[in-house]
Design a protein around this ligand. Structure first.
Ligand code: ZN
Ligand code: ZN
Length: 342
């Protein structure tokens, strides 16, 4: 079967290889035929060894597949069901304090796709049935791949903020995450949305996605524009999906009283905060790292109801090497979903 790996050859980013198809499953597992798998920036980082050595595991964590074999103890899935998993999360202990609080992503014994020895950018994978979320047959499966990572991450960010309808959010960073965030903010949480980016084309797309105001942070007076839009009170919520430190500073500076800053981007750096300002204004700074199975169920509902419509292009998995390279050269401007059905 086909599987995509990071490449150790000089000048090469990823390799499509032929590997053996798994055949043995445990009683609580299912064998899944991958149908679609989208390409995420963290797949590129893994493939290139940005976080350590180039991994010997295949990459991929945003996939939709069909159950082709079920273990003896699996009761709620059957052959032919379509399933998704939350961004790489493939197991947790169910007993530690994080699991008991419904935050299994932070489990002391959490298993992510890379750690178990293979990702989902391959024709077949063995999954724990308990971590395979059933999706309806008529789902747009390629679009659902994007919800399993970008979708749940921003959805969880909003859910943690617990915003009130009509609140104003500024979304900093209008890439794949930012675009999905605009739709969740507008159509699921009922927020007013300010999209902050630096690329005119991306800002135009943000407008089409429903942003009420767009700001080019490299050209515009961001503070003044936010102040004018919020009648001088500042932001209720700022979500930073970019990994650019100055955008975090802008986001924090423009929070109003009771304002919350949700960090999703991963810049290496520190954000300076003013303790007096935080205490007197009852402000909050927090992070959002993917989501749980329950978050995925909720985030997918918005897709089923057509409240979110991620943009993407479908390409054959046989072209994977080319698209990893294009992403590495910063030449990809839309999400790529690989088709593994052919
Ligand atoms: Zn991802
Ligand atoms: Zn646990």
């Amino acid at each position: 079967m086909r599987a995509v790996f990071g490449s150790k050859k000089p000048g090469k980013v990823a390799e499509l290889r032929e590997v053996e198809k798994p055949t043995v499953i445990k009683d609580d597992e299912v064998l899944v035929k991958t149908l679609y798998c989208s390409l995420c920036h963290s797949d590129l980082s893994l493939a290139k060894g940005d976080w350590g050595e180039v991994s010997d595991s295949s990459v991929g964590h945003e996939s939709l597949g069909e159950v082709v074999q079920v273990g003896a103890n699996v009761k709620d899935l059957k052959v032919g069901d379509y399933v998704a998993g939350p961004a790489g999360l493939r197991g947790a202990c169910q007993k530690c304090k994080y699991c008991l609080r419904g935050e299994e992503v932070f489990c002391d014994e959490v298993v992510f796709t890379g750690q178990r020895g293979y990702g989902t950018m391959q024709d077949y994978t063995v999954e724990k049935a308990a971590y395979s979320i059933k999706v309806p047959k008529d789902t747009d499966l390629a679009a659902a791949c994007i919800i399993t990572c970008a979708g749940i991450t921003v959805y969880k960010g909003f859910k943690l903020a617990n915003p009130i309808k009509g609140d104003t959010v500024a979304i900093f960073g209008i890439g794949g995450l930012g675009n999905v965030a605009i739709e969740y903010a507008k159509n699921v949480f009922g927020l007013k949305v300010i999209a902050v980016g630096s690329n005119e084309k991306s800002l135009e797309i943000a407008k089409q996605k429903g942003a009420d105001l767009i700001i080019n942070w490299k050209q515009d007076d961001v503070d003044k524009k936010i102040k004018d839009f919020t009648n001088g009170v500042g932001l209720d919520l700022a979500m930073v999906t970019s990994s650019t430190l100055p955008q975090f500073e802008l986001a924090y500076r423009n929070l109003g009283k009771l304002g919350k800053l949700c960090s999703i981007g991963l810049p290496a750096g520190k954000l300076e905060t003013d303790i007096l300002d935080i205490t007197l204004g009852q402000k909050m700074v927090y992070g959002s790292l993917v989501g749980t199975r329950q978050d995925l169920r909720e985030a997918l509902e918005a897709l089923y109801e057509k409240k979110v419509n991620p943009d993407f292009e479908v390409k054959s998995i046989n072209e994977a090497e080319k698209y990893f390279e294009l992403m590495d050269q910063n030449k990809l401007h839309t999400r790529i979903v690989f088709d593994l059905t052919k």
